[in-house]
Design a protein around this ligand. Structure first.
Ligand code: HDE
Length: 739
């Protein structure tokens, strides 16, 4: 082992000499100075503690020891081996009959290596293929006790979670910032069995009945002939479907709003969408809708930023999530419920609330009618160690429920209960995906499921059936008092078999009207621009005309604006629903904390390094992230060890989309930073400057523009910037060009 270690050390030394230009690389030519091997940028904060990789057991963010300490999947020993554990001395050349001869079939190492590589890919998810995951902890606050007996909600109870955020339409390699719905799926590893809350960042869905899911997805995915466009709804088949199947109009309106282009996963709300039924200790039931409320507030990109990011940084959202967690800025969400009585109304109809059908997943219940009550808080505090093992292989299922949480007859939810088991057979290759580390419950499992592809359990006993006497009757059946999942007795109507829906499902427009009417003027402008852009990408005139006519049934003014943008005649005015508003639906007009926001600090070669350092530390101290933008990489103030500042972005690698605000220390004369400032300005982001902002009239920027402040000293920057960040953007800044 010693000899081998020496060999490795020598080889590493040789490699390092070659790479950094050690002595004697070219005889007679002096060796160049080795560059510093230090990270050019300072780490932004401590990594969260991670325990050793302990075999196949999932990582535990609460530090709880798992009962399973099997070592099966662990990398053991320091030597490279075959899959069978035979040590290898060479892995660069295949065995050949002589140096120039053909390769030998007997080379097991070659065949094993290539065979495994050939099968490394699995089918991507049919929808939600692109995602990013994180581990965390959910802590209940006890407020749900009167409506739900599930232990996960008990006051102070901590439960490990794994969350996967996703886009819906794009393939695994598509961009994060496309206009789309985002998945927000949470696996709660509760003591009473795993509970999955498989939701989205939009509280309604395109369809009311699961049988329409293949239709909407086929329409929304790329055209089947050329497979264009990737990860977009801006094409004919999508608008063909949603303009014909009008129950999609409400969800489509949310997609065209700023909700379709979130600033970050950290600034998204999440929704369970369907109505669920909760059961308390006394066996009483209530109906609820689940909401996730981000502590950082709800913020979005503007469309131009989303488009730029798709090219400049298609990983913007997954990078943002991973970086924040790694820096210790753990994202948090409150989990809340809207509670509705589980009663039958005067017309003998159940699951109705203020005339809203709670079984219709295209409807919301405005928060003003049923406030969201917080029942716990989730903190994401650890990144996955292995993307494939965790984020790719995690398998969610809306039917994974803990005692106290039950489904309703929402026909969309009912169909999902079938789909999520079924799809894993293709995706994960067999029925034992529940044994994968990320999918293993943290509650004890004693099922009688046996054998099958990828079986990793070594089950004991001879009687995997019930009843039995040969295994002593084990495993035993539990009663409600032992925490068993007991079905809730429910009256199912004395009914006939039909393929139909209740009459309340026929209202496809009133809540789209409610949503649009609840938006501020600037949000309405964004919606009109989004419809105009998307329909402008369609080729078929009749599809555009039909969709504009549907918009007229939501809001005639909106329809006229979009028609004008498309060069179509204004549609006829038709009656719309009575206009009511729900202010809670708007993202603008509220103030949010500035925590976790990214602040660009723009410097030049001649900038005062001490002032930059002071600024950087002040940003950190205020729980935000400073990113210093300089002409070249490395450090500012090299040679003054106490006063150096790491450069995070160069003029070449920066782009405005990742900064929430910009601090100009000195104004460079450089075309790339001109673009930076002009985009920051156009996207209504806060700008604070220590230098006079002269010569920027071309981009519309003057020192008295809203959201632009010029300050005299570094200490004045953050007090000026934070109130501007609280509203996310300077919404009152005039639009030089429509964004
Ligand atoms: Fe999904 N959905 N879905 N869905 N869904 C999947 O399951 C499906 C629906 C949602 O990060 C698939 O394991 C049907 C609503 C999320 O792994 C698949 C219907 C909502 C994720 C599937 C719906 C969602 C999925 C693909 C109509 C919000 C990603 C891979 C009845 C409440 C989960 C997989 C992850 C994934 C089917 C509708 C959310 C094919 C049939 C409504 C967040 O089974």
């Amino acid at each position: 082992a010693e000899a081998a270690a020496k060999k490795v050390a020598d080889a590493a030394g040789k490699l390092a000499d070659e790479v950094i230009g050690g002595a004697d690389v070219v005889p007679g030519v002096p060796a160049p100075t080795p560059p510093s091997l230090e990270e050019p940028t300072d780490p932004t904060g401590p990594l969260p503690p991670k325990p050793d990789q302990k075999g196949a057991t999932p990582y535990s963010p609460t530090g709880a020891e798992s009962s399973d300490t099997e070592d099966a999947a662990r990398q053991q020993g320091e030597f490279l081996t075959t899959a069978q554990g035979a040590r290898l001395s060479e892995t660069d050349h295949s065995q050949k009959a002589g140096r120039r001869g053909p390769v030998l079939l007997q080379d097991h190492h070659l065949r094993e290596k290539i065979m495994h590589f050939d099968h490394e890919r699995i089918p991507e998810r049919a929808v939600h293929a692109r995602g990013a995951g994180a581990h965390g902890v959910f802590e209940g606050n006890g407020a749900a006790a009167s409506v739900c007996k599930a232990g996960v909600f008990a006051d102070g109870k901590q439960t490990e979670v794994f969350v996967r955020f996703s886009t819906v339409l794009g393939s695994r390699g598509s961009a994060d910032t496309v206009r789309d719905t985002r998945g927000f799926a949470t696996k709660f590893y509760t003591d009473e069995g795993t509970w999955d809350l498989v939701g989205n960042n939009i509280p309604v869905f395109f369809i009311q009945d699961a049988i329409k899911f293949p239709d909407v997805v086929h329409a929304a995915k790329p055209h089947p002939d050329r497979e264009i466009p990737q990860a977009q709804s801006a094409h004919d088949t999508f608008w063909d479907f949603v303009s014909l199947h009008t129950e999609a109009q409400h969800h489509t309106m949310w997609n065209m709003s700023d909700r379709g282009i979130p600033r970050s996963y950290r600034t998204m709300e999440g929704f369970g969408v369907h109505t669920f039924r909760l059961i308390n200790d006394a066996g009483e039931t209530s109906l609820v809708k689940f909401h996730w409320k981000p502590h950082l507030g709800v913020h979005s990109l503007v469309w131009e930023e989303a488009q730029i990011a798709a090219g400049m940084d298609p990983d913007l959202h997954r990078r943002d999530l991973a970086d924040a967690i790694e820096a210790g800025a753990f994202p948090k969400w409150d989990l809340g419920i809207q509670v509705f009585p589980d009663t039958v109304d005067s017309d003998g109809v159940s699951e109705m609330f203020h005339g809203i059908d709670l079984l219709d997943p295209t409807k919301i219940v405005p928060e003003e009618l049923a406030p969201v009550q917080v029942i716990g808080t989730m903190t994401l505090n650890a990144n996955p160690k292995n993307y494939f093992a965790e984020t790719e292989q995690v398998a969610f299922h809306p039917g994974h429920l803990a005692p106290g949480i039950d489904v309703t007859s929402d026909p969309l939810l009912q169909g999902r209960l079938f789909s999520y088991l079924d799809t894993q057979l293709t995706r994960l290759g067999g029925p034992n995906f529940g044994q994968l580390p990320i999918n293993r419950p943290h509650a004890p499992v004693n099922d009688m499921l046996r054998d099958g592809m990828h079986q990793t359990a070594d089950h004991v006993g001879v009687a995997p059936y019930q009843p039995n006497s040969l295994d002593g009757g084990c495993p035993f059946l539990a009663g409600a008092s032992d925490g068993a999942l007991v079905e809730v007795a429910q009256q199912i109507a004395d009914a006939q078999v039909v393929r139909d829906a209740p009459a309340t499902f026929d209202d496809h427009f009133s809540q789209a009207t409610l949503f649009y009417a609840s938006m501020t003027e600037v949000e309405q402008e964004h919606i009109a621009a989004a419809y105009t852009f998307e329909l402008g990408k369609c080729y078929e005139e009749n599809i555009k005309i039909r969709q504009v006519e549907q918009l007229a049934r939501i809001d005639h003014g909106l329809a006229v604006t979009v028609a004008t943008g498309l060069g179509l005649p204004a549609p006829a005015e038709v009656p719309t629903a009575e206009v009511v508003t729900s202010p809670a639906l708007s993202q603008i007009g509220r103030e949010w904390p500035s925590d976790g926001r990214l602040i660009g600090i723009l410097v030049t070669e001649g900038s005062d390094v001490a002032a930059v350092k002071e600024l950087e530390q002040a940003v950190f101290a205020d729980d935000m992230v400073p990113l210093v933008i300089a002409p070249t990489g490395g450090r500012l103030g090299e040679g003054e060890p106490d006063a150096t500042v790491a450069v995070s972005r160069t003029y070449q690698t920066q782009r405005s989309i990742e900064f929430d605000a910009l601090v100009v220390v000195d104004l460079p004369a450089h075309p790339r930073t001109d673009v930076l400032i002009s985009e920051m300005y156009r996207h209504k982001k806060a700008i604070a400057s220590l230098a006079p902002l002269d010569g920027l009239a071309d981009v519309g920027l003057t020192t008295d523009s809203p959201g632009v402040v010029v300050v005299d000293e570094a200490a004045g920057v953050l007090p000026a910037l934070k109130p501007l960040l609280a509203t996310h953007r300077a919404w009152d800044r005039p639009d030089p060009v429509r964004i």
